[in-house]
Design a binder for this molecule. Structure first.
Ligand SMILES: Nc1ncnc2c1ncn2[C@@H]1O[C@H](COP(=O)(O)OP(=O)(O)OP(=O)(O)O)[C@@H](O)[C@H]1O
Length: 251
């Protein structure tokens, strides 16, 4: 499913969290949203998912105006950091949840959950509860739960944010491979520019509620926008290698 964001604005009081954003995300792409804290990345995901209503502008999903559709009608799977697994449900029940509430036949549910358990390599963990899993395993279950409804779009807000470096690295590779196997249009937010470079096939840089730059990872790395690479020191914290490279080219 393609996503077209047209002239989208979202205000909180007088504050413009999204300021006339235009963005096209092609079917099957794997896009990273990066940019300083507060630049509007999560707000954009929430608006695409239907969790927040925009003040103006439109969202098109596969060419259809989805701006007023309910969350369910959008067929979007999402993994947000504060959207934890259900503690009282097993891994199996967590993954099956979205299918159960849609009254899908239990035989179909059982087959799909088994396939997903295989995909996330946790077949032997189906009866465990979330507190019996590692952080990385929990994130994989959260992804499987999002994939269970066979979404047309997958939105991931800092999916690996709370994990240690080694687990993050493993999960990045895993997400890339998963996307190759199941090429759902995927948009993820990250503060880690290395992660964006390694995982995404396109990077969108946000700045103060606006899209500042869009490009292939290598292009963004090689040619960061002037305003983005020189004037904003907070971006350097998110893009230390860009900073180093910029410094070295200035020498
Ligand atoms: N419900 C809300 N009410 C008021 N302000 C909000 C609300 N949600 C977000 N904001 C503000 O909108 C701005 C954009 O927030 P958003 O979460 O989209 O930023 P972000 O780029 O994802 O930041 P971070 O990288 O820190 O997660 C921030 O200044 C935030 O404080």
């Amino acid at each position: 499913m393609s996503i077209l964001i047209e002239n989208l604005s979202k205000n909180f009081g007088t504050f413009k969290a999204l300021d006339h954003v235009n963005l096209e995300i092609k079917t099957g792409s794997l896009v990273a949203l990066v940019g300083p804290s507060g630049s509007g990345k999560s707000t954009l995901l929430r608006v695409i998912a239907g969790l927040d209503i925009p003040n103006s502008g439109r969202i098109w999903l596969s060419g259809k105006n989805a701006t007023s559709l309910s969350i369910q009608e959008r067929e979007i799977g999402f993994v947000f950091q504060n959207y934890a697994l259900f503690k009282h449900m097993t891994v199996y029940e967590n993954i099956a949840f979205g299918l159960d509430i849609r009254n899908i036949d239990s035989f179909i549910i059982s087959n799909r959950v088994k396939q997903l358990l295989q995909l996330i390599q946790l077949e032997k963990f189906s009866d465990r509860y979330p507190n019996q899993l590692s952080g990385g395993q929990r994130q994989r279950v959260a992804l499987a739960r999002a994939l269970a409804i066979e979404p047309k779009v997958l939105l991931l807000d800092e999916p690996f944010g709370a994990l240690d470096v080694k687990v993050r690295k493993d999960l990045r590779n895993w997400l890339r491979n998963l996307h190759e196997q199941v090429p759902v249009t995927t948009v993820f937010v990250t503060h880690d520019h290395q992660e964006a470079m390694e995982v995404a096939n396109e990077i969108v840089v946000f700045q103060k509620g606006c899209v500042e730059q869009i490009g292939k990872p290598q292009d963004v790395y090689d040619n960061p926008k002037k305003g983005f690479s020189i004037t904003n020191s907070s971006i350097y914290m998110n893009f230390p290698l860009l900073h180093l490279e910029q410094s070295s080219t200035n020498l």
